[in-house]
Design a protein around this ligand. Structure first.
Ligand code: HEM
Length: 337
């Protein structure tokens, strides 16, 4: 009997062991046999699809850092890496190409009656200082800003990563610090030249006649013509838009949320690209596009015949103010051609 019980125990024990092994087998068979390299990104995609954002718990005080990905983030990344590059590329290269074609077709706008040899004060020292301070800051801001948008695809392949990092770091410092004199310049320009830049009927006529630079016409204009008034308002409004959006970016989350930050970056990027494109036109007409224009901002004076051809109503005003034969200051420094 004892032997029978012992044999029964052995059989039951063997069966139990077998059942255990069979039961365990399928579980171990479900284990992956190799590592799936896509596993983590698949999980990220799933999480993003299911919850619309990926966030977790973190121990640092700034709880915003716990959100790794949120819906508008991808749209913003696409804007920054693709859309803005297209907008900037088309606007800047488009204007450059148009200017080259225009120059080849029209050439420099000459002083058609030749130089008179008498000059007239156009901008005083303070006006010229504010102009050059603002424009120098603008050029540095434009180059350092364009580096943020285009530096990686255009410059990085041409230099070592270390050199690109060092340049980008300095460019970013310049972008941050020069924003202050630039903003001051835009404010000063607004007050300094607002009186001469209110649009009026003379400007409508000026535009209708192609500003005198498309053909060889000389439509009348006061101190600032329609084209210059356009540049003035682009600087004042565009400058204000880049300044406000830029400071939102520079001081993140001070009264703003992630949505406002993304909006600020989009506004800043688009306005900046259009601003650069518009300023290329301004630089063109102030240098190789028109004879006698650069000296207005360089030395502060213009030739009387230049003034008569491009700003005839202003010359009349100056004469009425200072007497028929005297302008604000006349010199015979420049000989007639
Ligand atoms: C008060 C003036 C300005 C301030 C405070 C400012 C500030 C900023 C800040 C904080 C950024 C973000 C940088 C980053 O992502 O690390 C930025 C980007 C940028 N800025 Fe400015 N900026 C100003 C003026 C300008 C001007 C005048 C231009 C050009 C005309 C310009 C062009 C750009 C461009 C192209 C970007 C890169 C946009 C992108 O790729 O998303 N900025 N700026």
């Amino acid at each position: 009997m004892t032997t029978l019980v012992a044999k029964f125990r052995i059989v039951v024990g063997t069966l139990a062991l077998f059942a255990l092994l069979v039961g365990v087998q399928p579980v171990s068979a479900q284990q992956p046999t190799r590592v799936d390299p896509q596993a983590s990104s698949v999980k990220e995609e799933q999480l993003f699809r299911e919850f619309n954002r990926i966030s977790g718990r973190c121990t640092i005080p700034d709880q915003k850092a716990c959100t790794v990905e949120q819906p508008a983030g991808r749209d913003w990344r696409y804007f920054h890496g693709v859309t803005l590059r297209w907008i900037g590329g088309i606007a800047i290269l488009g204007v450059l190409a148009a200017l080259v074609v225009f120059y080849l077709w029209r050439g420099m706008v000459r002083i058609e009656s030749g130089r008179s040899g008498r000059t007239l004060v156009r901008f005083n020292a303070i006006e010229r200082f504010v102009h050059w301070m603002t424009s120098t800051c603008f050029i540095v801001l434009a180059i350092s800003g364009l580096n943020i948008t285009f530096g990686r695809p255009l410059l990085l392949p041409l230099m070592s990563p270390e050199a690109f990092t060092a340049w980008s770091e300095w460019a970013k410092y310049a972008h941050n610090y020069l924003s202050f004199p630039f903003t001051l310049g835009v404010i000063l320009i607004f007050f300094m030249w607002i009186a001469g830049n209110i649009p009026n009927r003379v400007d409508v006529e000026w535009f209708k006649r192609g500003g005198g630079i498309v053909g060889h016409d000389h439509p009348p204009a006061y101190r600032f013509n329609g084209g210059q008034k356009m540049i003035y308002w682009i600087v004042v409004l565009g400058g204000s838009a880049v300044a406000v959006s830029g400071y939102v970016l520079m001081f993140p989350f001070y009264g703003t949320d992630i949505h406002n930050m993304q909006l600020a970056e989009i506004t800043h990027g688009i306005v900046a690209m259009l601003f650069v494109a518009a300023m290329l036109g301004h630089i063109y007409i102030g240098t190789i596009g028109m004879e006698g224009a650069f000296e207005a901002m360089g030395e502060g004076t213009v030739d009387l015949n230049w003034a008569k051809e491009h700003h005839s109503l202003w010359v009349e005003q100056e004469k009425a103010r200072t007497g028929p034969n005297e302008s604000r200051r006349q010199t015979a420094a420049t000989p007639a051609e």
